[in-house]
Design a protein around this ligand. Structure first.
Ligand code: DX5
Ligand code: ZN
Length: 219
């Protein structure tokens, strides 16, 4: 059976107790840390930047999956590699020369990811699908945690899976936004490999238990 990864989104953690929340994820059944970087331009919100990521990686003992929601991400590829990012995802909509950006991420020693906004069709990735390690399908409009899941995502996952199979690629499919224990199973059944969940995990009464429950549902 293929592994399914669960990546708690640190955006929903308690920033005044970041060390506590990072250690909770370390000791939980979660697989990766999902880190959302927003610049207030590509998305209408600013999350956090390098000093905070540095503080996170000091304690984090699992894969660091960084999701850049910034314009012209090429400027910061080297920086995120140095900060300890293992996987770096850029937005299709933010890259004029996507192929070049993907190469630069690879050269910097990270796994490559491309994110698609809800309005961006998956078939636009056909010509680069063999060059990328993961496609992140946004299941909400990027910029904020705690939004409702967009149902059209299921269709997009199935279409993308088809493209991946047709091209004999081993690209993983990541879903980000509004993921809960209600839609997790169906997302995996459609073809998702990585589920990101922020509010659903960190705003729950017992986050470690919520993570364990989600892992059971998707395994
Ligand atoms: C949204 C971010 C997501 C966000 C998900 O722009 O990319 O990673 O943290 O949060 P929830 O799970 O609360 O929708
Ligand atoms: Zn994200």
């Amino acid at each position: 059976m293929k592994p399914i990864y669960l990546a708690p989104s640190v955006l929903a953690a308690d920033f005044a107790n970041l060390e506590r929340d990072i250690k909770m994820v370390n000791n939980s059944k979660a697989d990766w840390f999902h880190i959302d970087i927003m610049d207030g331009l590509f998305v209408p919100n600013i999350s956090f930047g390098m000093p905070v990521l540095e503080a996170i990686t000091k304690h984090a003992e699992k894969t660091i999956d960084v999701h850049l929601m910034i314009v012209d991400p090429d400027r910061y590829i080297e920086t995120f590699a140095k900060l300890g990012s293992n996987r770096l995802t850029v937005h299709y909509e933010a890259c004029t020369h996507l192929h070049r950006t993907i190469q630069a991420i690879k050269v910097a020693g990270m796994k490559t990811g491309v994110a698609l906004n809800p309005h961006t069709p998956v078939n636009l990735l056909k010509d680069v699908i063999n060059n990328i390690d993961q496609v992140l399908i946004m299941s909400v409009n990027p910029g904020f945690g705690g939004q409702s899941f967009i149902d059209n995502t299921y269709k997009k996952i199935r279409e993308l899976k088809e493209i991946i199979l047709t091209h004999n690629a081993d690209t993983l499919i990541e879903i980000d936004g509004g993921v809960t224990n209600k839609n997790a199973r169906e997302l995996v059944d459609c073809g998702a490999d990585i589920l990101v969940a922020g509010s659903y995990i960190f705003k729950s009464e017992d986050a470690a238990k919520t993570i364990a429950n989600m892992k059971t549902i998707i395994s």
